[in-house]
Design a binder for this molecule. Structure first.
Ligand code: SAM
Ligand code: SF4
Ligand code: F3S
Length: 445
């Protein structure tokens, strides 16, 4: 009987991709995936360190696992991801229930660790930045993901060192995978049924593969993926305003499959704060990108990430952020109160009073959410293209997304999965759209 692994994933899309790839690697040594957290041979937590009490959440989760397995054989407990990288040895000292701590650039060692565990029972950590080796290893491990919408990591790590952010310390320096390896993996995903691919990187638009005579960039990848006829949609995330190069902007003109939805984090609408954050771009540069893209295609919409109450943020700085939000009318954004992360420059600065921080977040979200709802409402009674991703468990309802990544829920049969169909929108809330297949207007794709 095969052994079972339970994987719990926190954090960003890259962690989701990583968890799938970790599973692909342990499948080779006879593991199957289980959703039953009470009956696993191996329990893997893929953690995120970006905000709040990330570390404490991991210890609480390990505490819960301990209770679940009180009367049973203990599972092999692995903590992976960005908290593992940041905490390394500390975790093993504080919680001996954890068997292994593995950072994001050492995932290629996980199947070996599991195989050797019965022979060599020692608690240990693997937190080297071994990115090239990791991708070399995974290039030889088949990607079994068969989702209609799949993630594909093309770039990892960050050299930008924004003063608030842990990513350069947890994911290491920027690394871009070789162009051809990415295309091979995309081809496999498309064979498995992918109709949409989202290219991932902490700084995805800084992608640059100079290993051959040509310097391949993100725009080259997009235009190459465009050639796969079964692939219908291409997306990428997360990009940095400084790396929105002209060739990438031109892709919105050249490519028919690149979706007209740009997630471009700005963090603040005040140049003072952007400078204090070490963001390396200004509000004016951001607006220039916005205007160029809107000129190419009026229907392009934007979303962003915001940090409010960054140390030093005055009422005027905050009001500059609101002015920007009113101007750009982002349709779907993430907003957070600044959270000091250990080891980062900003963690040494004086925090803004928590009541002021909460008030500012509330005010910002009021505008962000109202734009989102307004956008959704504007789609009522229109017929929109939806890529059908799956059937909602236990219901006859289908789940898909429109070009702006909004969830769309409607009645329909499984045979529609993987197709782009027209859905007439009848209702909405802030996050989702609800409708019916538009039988008068359905295009098979
Ligand atoms: N590379 C992306 C960029 O340049 O914007 C961001 C990647 S980060 C994983 C995702 C988001 O988390 C950031 O855009 C930021 O808004 C938020 N974030 C990161 N560190 C934070 C902190 N210390 N406090 C609050 N939010 C934070
Ligand atoms: Fe973090 Fe993004 Fe800044 Fe890099 S560019 S340090 S990932 S916020
Ligand atoms: Fe979190 Fe690491 Fe992603 S800190 S957001 S899992 S890069």
């Amino acid at each position: 009987m095969s052994k079972k692994i339970f994987i719990k994933t926190y954090g960003c899309q890259m962690n989701e991709y990583d968890s799938n790839r970790i599973f692909d690697s342990v499948k080779k040594i006879g593991f199957s995936k289980t959703n039953d957290n009470k009956n696993a041979d191996c329990y893997l937590l893929n953690t995120c360190h970006i905000r709040d009490k990330a570390k404490e959440k991991v210890y609480h989760e390990v505490g819960r696992v301990k209770k679940l397995y009180r009367d049973k054989k203990k599972p092999l407990m692995i903590v992976a991801g960005c908290v593992a990288q940041a905490e390394n040895q500390e975790m093993l000292k504080r919680e001996p229930y954890i068997d292994y701590v593995v950072g994001p650039q050492s995932y290629h060692k996980i199947s070996e660790i599991i195989k050797n565990n019965s022979i060599n029972k020692i608690n240990s950590e693997e937190t080297d930045f071994d990115t090239i080796e990791k991708f070399r290893y995974f290039d030889k491990v088949e990607n079994h993901n068969d989702k209609v919408s799949s993630f594909l990591t093309i770039q990892e790590g960050c050299d930008k060192f924004c003063h608030f952010c842990v990513v350069p310390y947890t994911r290491g320096p920027e690394y871009s995978r070789p162009f051809k390896k990415i295309i091979n993996e995309a081809e496999k995903l498309i064979k498995n049924g992918a109709r949409e691919i989202t290219l991932l990187g902490q700084n995805v638009n800084a992608y640059s593969d100079k290993s051959s005579s040509k310097n391949y960039k993100l725009s080259d990848l997009i235009l190459e993926l465009e050639k796969f006829s079964e692939l219908k949609r291409i997306r990428y995330t997360t990009s940095h305003p400084r790396d929105m190069s002209e060739d990438l902007i031109d892709c919105y003109d050249k490519s028919k499959k690149l979706m007209p939805f740009v997630h471009l984090p700005i963090q603040s609408g005040s140049n003072n704060i952007l400078k204090l954050m070490n963001r390396k771009h200004t509000v004016e540069q951001y607006l220039e990108i916005y205007n160029k893209l809107k000129k190419i295609n009026k229907s392009i919409e934007f979303s962003s990430d915001f940090i409010v109450a960054y140390p030093g943020e005055s009422e005027q700085d905050f009001s500059d952020t609101i002015t920007l939000v009113k101007k750009i009318k982002f349709i779907n954004s993430f907003s957070f109160i600044f959270s000091p992360r250990p080891g980062t420059k900003a963690s040494e600065l004086n925090m803004i009073d928590s009541k002021i921080s909460k008030d500012r977040l509330e005010q910002l979200q009021k505008y962000l959410f109202s734009h989102q709802l307004k956008m959704n409402k504007s789609l009522i009674n229109t017929s929109i293209d939806v890529l059908v991703e799956n059937q909602i468990t236990g219901q006859n309802k289908l789940f898909g997304r429109n070009k702006y990544l909004n969830p769309v829920i409607f009645d329909g049969e499984k045979k529609e999965i993987g197709k782009i169909i027209k859905v007439k929108i009848e209702n909405c809330n802030q996050n989702s759209l609800f409708g019916k297949i538009d039988i008068n207007n359905t295009k098979a794709a």
